[in-house]
Write a new protein. Structure first.
Length: 371
């Protein structure tokens, strides 16, 4: 019983990936069945195209379908034109046509990777007739037909079979990034009093970089879905910009916490800094959970209070001149830390607003117009 529950929990945790596996399977099977029923020359290309265009989200499937179809049609036209306008009768001439087809299309694909299918299509249009004794125009038409069947099938499956919207995925991705930022923030502030675990921090920073790349990609897909009116929900821009600014805040705090504070300053600030670290990290983790679950934004008042207490203590340290007599770079880092925390304070206020928007707006209804 425990093993069964563990397996169920594992599948639920990976339901997005499981949904993709099911969609890909259905798309490949349906594409083969349709291509066979239509008596297409090479059903293989319909199946492969369906695999390519069936992506993690509807928005990504739209882009993959558009790019693959544009590349295929362009490659078919170019390859067919070369084969028709430049007749060949031997292997050497065919080799020359192959160079003429591959070289320019490869150059175009290097500039515009989304058109990489053009090169493959042109090669197929040129070479398949030599194997099946067909004319180039028929080869081009067959290729476009096969790819069209695969693209349409994959796109329909993405819409109809366990559809996964990027606008939903962005919640989980943004939440994961906020968790990583909270971990990095805690580790950095701890370094002011006890030193930092460099290995742990590097691991966290690497994870943040990868998560930002993923979040930006999902944000692009979500906006593509919104533009095509396939999903509703808030504009993804404010969420992406706010999380990215918080990431920049952590970078600035990292530069200000390269070495611990002077001992006499540590004594005064260790309590307020510990409170700031725990409160802000807890708030970001709560905001991450709010994004994932769709509940209301967490209370931000404890963050205001913790930062106010820290600011008051910093003001007292400055009045008492505890930072005087220390090297200039030490004073510079001391003031840079206060400035970075103030910037983070502002950005956390933006996060509170953005999480509220994403929590209050149902993904099945248009976003409410702010008053």
């Amino acid at each position: 019983m425990a093993l069964s529950q563990h397996l169920i929990d594992g599948f639920m945790a990976r339901r997005t990936q499981l949904g993709l596996a099911i969609r890909v399977t259905v798309a490949a099977t349906a594409a083969y069945a349709i291509a066979t029923a239509l008596h297409l020359l090479l059903p293989l290309w319909a199946v492969l195209t369906s695999l390519i265009v069936t992506q993690m989200s509807v928005g990504r499937s739209l882009k993959a379908s558009r790019d693959y179809m544009l590349g295929t049609v362009g490659g078919a036209i170019y390859g067919g034109a070369i084969a028709v306008l430049i007749p060949y009768s031997g292997e050497v001439q065919l080799l020359g046509l192959l160079v003429l087809a591959v070289a320019p299309l490869s150059f175009v694909a290097a500039i515009h990777p989304s058109l990489s299918a053009a090169t493959v299509t042109a090669v197929i249009v040129l070479l398949v007739p030599t194997m099946h004794h067909a004319d180039p125009m028929t080869s081009a038409i067959d290729r476009v037909s096969e790819v069209s069947v695969g693209a349409i099938t994959g796109l329909l499956v993405s819409f109809l079979v366990l559809p996964s919207r990027a606008v939903r995925q962005i919640r989980a991705s943004a939440g994961h990034l906020l968790d990583l930022i909270a971990d990095a923030f805690t580790e950095l502030l701890a370094g002011l009093t006890r030193g930092r675990d460099s290995d742990a921090l590097h691991s966290i920073q690497d994870g943040i970089g990868s998560a930002i790349v993923s979040l930006n990609a999902i944000g692009t897909e979500a906006e593509r879905e919104r533009a095509a009116r396939l999903s509703s929900g808030p504009d993804t821009g404010p969420l992406l910009r706010t999380v990215l600014r918080l990431r920049h805040d952590v970078v600035m705090i990292g530069r200000a916490t390269v070495v611990p504070l002077p001992a006499e300053v540590q004594v005064r600030l260790v309590g307020p800094l510990s409170d700031v670290s725990a409160t802000i990290a807890a708030y970001m983790r709560s905001a991450a959970e709010a994004l994932r679950s769709g509940v209301g934004a967490p209370a931000i008042r404890p963050v205001h209070q913790a930062l106010e207490r820290y600011a008051n203590e910093v003001a007292a340290v400055r009045r008492e001149g505890l930072i005087r007599g220390h090297p200039g770079d030490t004073a510079e880092r001391f003031f840079a830390l206060s400035f970075s925390l103030e910037q983070m304070h502002q950005n956390l206020g933006d996060l509170d607003r953005v999480v509220g928007e994403w929590s209050e707006t149902s993904l099945d209804k248009p976003a409410r117009v702010p008053r």
